[in-house]
Ligand binder design. Structure first.
Ligand code: NAD
Length: 453
């Protein structure tokens, strides 16, 4: 099938490359000249596992293209997919980009006779596709829905695992307003042997918000339990959670006695909170929608409030054993909001860095992929240095804080250089280690009483 994708960021580019890998003729569009020029040289504009190789393969073998968009673009496709950003701005979801694109598509549809389906993949609050988007397309095309198609196909990929998630998703949600669009979506995903859920567009939109809200609920719930545990004394919340997880409703038991440990349990490991380009903004947009509907979203408010406070737990706990952080030399390991990506949007590391700079600590920040992005967001300054080889400065460091679960950080306990941290502090904010791995250091983590160190 001929497919156009508008918005060539994390979702648009990965989706485009995957559809191309499955034999579709894909053109990705963007309004950012740098993005288009860079991709045309086969240079990805962000880091994602497998992206460089897969992009190069589809550009060479499958005719994958990237083009600049304009109001006279001839999309020449059966489906136009929309994957532009939908940030949270000025107290609500910002639909500026998606409205702009709906207008461009409407102008294009005015001049074509062929039936085209417009499929929204960006995350938008329930009711957006079949009201806001539909009206704009109808206005600028002069056509009614039915003369063009409208669908909503929410994306569930996780950065860092994007190709695996897009090529082997758990389910594909096919939201549609007209039967022609459903038929086109079925054809688009024909080669994906996975459960397909066919619903109207607002149900499709709601599935995405319900999914993210429930995942975020687990994270805030376990963080609250961890914070309480921490204060009781002589308890490690991971021992508590081991006891919880062995309930067979969390980890079902096979007939042979072995257990299944579902992925959801990873969301029940305490840490310094969730960040990233989706959870925080999606929960806020969902909460505002609830308020507009006259519902007091108590649960969403609590999830967000716990999460906002969580990065400060690190400073609070650290100060219990190092009351004055002024001039303390702290190595921050991890800037990306999660491993295997260079994305720093709403990364917890930003908050932790800001709190520590307020305390006048001297920071050395490292990440395997995200230094450039963080440097352009938080410029190097008096007490904020970026380092590419953390091993070289270990001698002068008083505290290490591990904030992102990169594999290379998991190896630090076995690195002979770690003996330079004897009697010093290692703050494992992501529960990568256990205290026994650092017998000569002061090991701190979320949900483990300080007096256990
Ligand atoms: P992004 O910011 O990485 O990419 C958006 C792209 O759209 C940018 O390259 C931008 O230049 C382009 N763009 C903006 N306005 C445009 C216009 N008028 N015409 C053409 N291009 C335009 O965003 P993203 O992370 O890919 O997210 C896109 C959507 O997908 C969002 O709604 C997000 O919530 C959702 N989503 C993201 C993820 C994720 O992990 N990133 C996962 C699931 C869903």
């Amino acid at each position: 099938m001929k497919i156009s994708i508008i918005g060539t960021g994390y979702v648009g580019l990965v989706t485009g490359v995957c559809l191309s890998m499955r034999g579709h003729h894909v053109t990705c569009y963007d309004n950012d000249k740098n993005v288009v020029e860079s991709l045309n040289k086969c240079k990805p504009t962000f880091y994602e596992n497998g992206l460089k190789n897969n992009l190069s393969t589809v550009m060479t073998n499958n005719g994958f293209q990237t083009k600049i968009i304009s109001n006279s673009t001839n999309f020449d496709s059966e489906i136009i997919m929309v994957t532009v950003g939908t940030p949270f701005l000025n107290g609500k979801i910002d639909l500026t980009f998606i409205k702009e694109v709906a207008k461009t598509i409407g102008i294009y549809l005015r001049s074509v006779t062929q039936f085209v389906s417009v499929v929204i993949k960006s995350t938008v609050v329930p009711g957006t596709t079949d009201t806001v988007i539909r009206k704009i397309i109808e206005k600028y095309s002069g056509k009614k829905i039915g003369e063009f198609g409208l669908g909503m196909n929410p994306e569930f990929l996780r950065e860092g695992n994007a190709f695996e998630d897009a090529l082997e998703p758990d389910r594909i949600v096919l939201g549609y307003e007209d039967y022609e669009t459903l038929k086109l979506l079925r054809k688009l995903y024909e080669s994906w042997e996975t459960e397909k859920i066919e619903v109207n567009t607002r149900t499709a939109e709601m599935i995405k918000y319900a999914n993210n809200s429930l995942l975020a609920t687990q994270i805030s719930a376990v963080n609250e339990i961890a914070n309480i545990t921490q204060e009781i004394g002589d308890i490690d919340v991971m021992d508590v959670m081991r006891g919880v997880f062995s309930d067979k409703r969390w980890s079902p038991i096979h007939q042979d006695g072995s257990r299944i440990y579902p992925d959801i349990l990873k969301y029940l490991i305490p840490g310094c909170g969730f960040g990233g380009s989706c959870f925080p903004k999606d929960l806020m947009a969902f909460k505002v929608l609830a308020e507009e509907l006259g519902i007091n979203p108590k649960m969403l408010n609590s999830i967000l409030e716990i999460n906002e406070r969580q990065p400060y737990q690190i400073v609070r706990l650290l100060k219990k054993i190092l009351p004055i952080l002024e001039d303390a030399k702290i190595l921050i390991l991890g800037l990306a909001f999660k491993p295997d990506t260079d994305d720093i949007r709403n990364s917890v590391s930003i908050e932790v860095i800001r709190y520590l700079l307020n305390e006048n600590a001297i920071l050395y920040a490292h990440d395997p992929q995200a230094i450039a992005n963080m440097q352009s967001f938080l410029k190097p300054q008096k007490n904020l240095n970026y380092v590419t080889a953390w091993q070289e400065i270990l001698k002068q460091i008083d505290v290490i804080i591990v904030l992102t679960e990169w594999i290379e950080y998991k190896k630090i306990a076995k690195n002979p250089l770690i003996k330079l941290m004897d009697k010093k502090i290692i703050f494992d904010a992501r529960r990568l280690f256990n205290a026994k791995e650092f017998p000569r250091s002061k090991y701190l983590t979320i949900g483990r009483s300080i007096n256990s160190t």
